[in-house]
Design a protein around this ligand. Structure first.
Ligand code: ZN
Length: 412
């Protein structure tokens, strides 16, 4: 089978940092990049053209949420997710697995049922909103993502909780490999059924590396995934279009991330894009880019923004050497102290703090976003204090722009 050639073009290396371009059927994306999250088909508070003007070239949609509401078949009838939400650029969708496992516990609490039942066939789970039962398998996840019209499709993986024993992590990653092989086979079967035009214009398919916090298991996971007999399963010999590192935002200590990257990255193919799923804070992104990762997504900029916490770049010229994560206090400590968080290249402020009441300067004088070019800290603080919805919108715009500027600087 023909493969899309040059899905990933590497332009230059700065030590381990990779600057390049990822080609999808809906256009190319400069790497490294950050994906704003359109969980339910919208980036919260922000229109697609605004997302684009912030510098984003791709957004992430959540398979789990869109499948349950409004339903992937409804979205397919609307055309696809691009038309439904009016975003013409590339979309990456996750497999739904992460939410199945993380939200299943919530269903157990609410409905007193076993929220998640895992088997070799797939995973049965209960929708925590209404108690309805669903079944998700590697094949069904591919079908849903094809219905959504996703341009980068993730295989269904089992995302083990933290902490988990080595035995459990091993069994889980082996299942993840078997599921990945099934997803690969099913994906190429569906692509071929779509005809030649579809074959030449197909979405990309990424696998997900698991292995929890165990060095040998992370390596084992990469080896198993890249060792699949791809052509025997009906796909190209070149295999996966990209590799994601999963199971890293599940409550493990933040100090383990550099280790997981150190163990895993050297085994990832040089010529494929690498996606760190669900992370992170700005210094974690810098460290991951410096470790050789290319793609990121995280709810932090918009979620923090809605709570009045804003990221501020300290200087226009920073060399973005790797940051010491231990130097940054976590958000909880920051709330308790109601004080600024200190990273070496940025800080955060809580705009609801009394001291901004008569601060008529921009949130970040170096930022070119709508908030910083038109409004003052005092105005934003006022909006938050009286509960105006515009507050969360302006803060989200700014924080997303901060993340985009950070990625621009890392590409420069
Ligand atoms: Zn701004």
């Amino acid at each position: 089978m023909k493969n899309i050639m040059g899905a990933w073009i590497q332009k230059k290396n700065i030590d381990k940092r990779r600057v390049g371009e990822l080609i999808t059927r809906r256009g190319s994306i400069q790497t490294p990049f950050f994906m704003p999250i359109a969980t339910r088909g919208a980036v919260k508070h922000i229109l697609p053209e605004e997302v684009r003007s912030l510098g984003a070239e791709i957004v992430l949609g959540n398979t789990y949420h869109l499948w349950l509401r409004p339903g992937s078949e409804l979205i397919a009838r609307a055309g696809d997710l691009h038309r439904f939400m009016d975003w013409s650029g590339p979309i990456l969708t996750d497999s739904g697995g992460f939410q199945v496992f993380s939200l299943g516990a919530r269903a157990s609490e609410r409905f007193g049922v076993n929220g998640v039942r895992l088997s070799e066939a797939g995973v049965e789970f209960v929708d925590p909103e209404n108690g309805n039962r669903y079944f998700l398998s590697p094949e069904i996840s591919i079908d849903i993502q094809l219905d959504l019209g996703s341009d980068i499709i993730m295989v269904l993986d089992e995302c083990p909780p933290y902490p988990c024993t080595r035995e459990y992590a091993l069994a889980s990653l082996q299942r993840t490999t078997r599921w990945a092989a099934r997803a690969f086979e099913h994906f190429y079967k569906k692509i071929k059924e779509g005809g030649e035009k579809y074959v030449n214009d197909r979405p990309l398919l990424f696998c997900i590396v698991q292995g929890s916090i165990y060095e040998d298991l992370r390596v084992e996971s990469v080896k198993q995934l890249s060792g699949i007999e791809f052509s025997a399963l009906g796909g190209p010999d070149s295999g996966w279009d990209g590799y994601a590192i999963g199971g890293v935002a599940v409550g493990e200590p933040r100090e383990t991330l550099p280790d997981i990257l150190k163990w895993t990255v050297p085994y990832l193919p040089e010529d494929k894009p690498r996606y760190l799923m669900g992370l992170g804070r700005p210094e974690e992104l810098v460290n991951a880019v410096n470790a050789g990762m290319d793609m990121f997504d995280c709810v932090i900029p918009t979620r923090e923004g809605r709570h009045g916490r804003l990221f501020i770049m300290k200087s226009q010229n920073t060399n973005f050497k790797s940051q010491n994560p231990n130097k940054t206090k976590n958000t909880k400590a920051q709330n308790e102290n109601n004080n600024e968080e200190e990273g070496s290249f940025y800080e955060t402020i809580n705009i609801q703090n009394e001291r901004f009441k008569e601060d008529f300067t921009p949130v970040d004088p170096l930022c070119d976003c709508l908030l910083c070019t038109r409004y003052t800290r005092a105005y934003l603080r006022h909006l938050f204090s009286v509960g105006e919805p515009l507050a969360g919108r302006l803060a989200s715009l700014h924080n997303l722009r901060f993340y985009m500027r950070l990625m621009e600087k890392l590409r420069d």
